[in-house]
Design a protein around this ligand. Structure first.
Ligand SMILES: NC(=O)c1ccc[n+]([C@@H]2O[C@H](COP(=O)([O-])OP(=O)(O)OC[C@H]3O[C@@H](n4cnc5c(N)ncnc54)[C@H](OP(=O)(O)O)[C@@H]3O)[C@@H](O)[C@H]2O)c1
Length: 239
């Protein structure tokens, strides 16, 4: 899907990749960008509508859904990453609440609009969804679970004309991995990679120099093949 003239909602839109996605959506001619944030950032462009949106707050999600009349693309971008060693279950809960359940609640709330527009859901995952990063295991668990959720939603919604995309981000230069001394792509280039992948209709998007070389192996691999076989068990509700 090309986002020119489309309405896009991005969570975690105040900084990092979310902020870059807002700017890139505007640059590509989006008609309206709903910027979901926990604070009250200012956006100069009049096409941006700020939404107060903590993705763990049912009431804020409901209020946001009431403020949006049409939506073509939901980008579940908000995320947390905390260093841990799996010794504290509360840290796992926190990751699941934001990175998994937050995305699911947002999807449920905006699904009626997305069904109407035959729109797209873009879930910003991570290469840590495919193989754990042992210094952030709770984060890795949440992203692996969010990948599984993405695959289920993709199968459920295929017959409704709503596409569901996983984004396997490699290291991007944001606050999230500020302490990690490795080569990182800019958030601006990651945002371009995400919208380019969406425009090409890729269900799994590998948007940066570290993730991109993995795309072919993933798309032709055993896991993808199994996903397709299992998805065939879902009855086609469009018939
Ligand atoms: N950076 C990377 O290397 C990397 C790699 C793989 C995947 N990703 C994924 O890309 C996405 C964006 O990451 P980033 O690097 O841009 O991170 P970031 O710079 O740390 O920004 C995180 C964003 O998520 C928001 N957020 C956190 N908890 C929230 C909540 N409960 N409700 C609503 N918003 C919340 C933050 O809002 P506040 O400002 O209010 O805290 C912030 O806008 C995340 O899903 C992340 O897992 C990033």
């Amino acid at each position: 899907m090309n986002i020119e003239n489309k309405a896009v909602l991005i969570t975690g839109a105040n900084r990092g990749i979310g902020r870059a996605l807002v700017d890139e959506a505007l640059r590509r001619g989006a008609k309206r960008v709903y910027a979901g944030t926990r604070g009250a950032p200012q956006y100069a462009d009049r096409r941006v509508t700020p939404l107060t949106l903590d993705v763990t707050s049912a009431s804020q999600i409901q209020r946001a859904a009431e403020e949006v009349d049409t939506l073509d693309v939901l980008v579940n971008n908000a995320g947390v990453a905390i260093y841990d060693d799996l010794s504290n279950p509360e840290v796992i809960d926190r990751h699941l609440a934001v990175n998994l359940i937050g995305s699911l609640k947002m999807t449920r709330a905006f699904l009626p609009l997305l069904k109407r527009s035959k729109g797209a859901i873009v879930n910003n995952l991570s290469l840590a969804a495919l193989a754990t990063l042992p210094m952030i295991p709770a984060y890795s668990i949440s992203k692996a679970a969010a990948l599984s959720m993405t695959q289920s939603l993709r199968a459920f919604l295929a017959g409704e004309g709503v596409t569901v995309h996983a984004v396997f981000l490699g290291p991007i230069d944001t606050d999230m991995n500020r302490g990690l001394d490795i080569p990182k792509a800019s958030p601006e280039s990651a945002a371009m990679g995400i919208f380019d992948g969406l425009a090409r209709g890729e269900e799994d998007i590998f948007p940066d120099p570290v993730s991109r070389p993995l795309a072919e192996g993933w798309n032709t691999g055993m896991v993808k093949s199994l996903e397709r076989q299992f998805a065939a068990f879902v009855p086609d509700q469009s018939r």
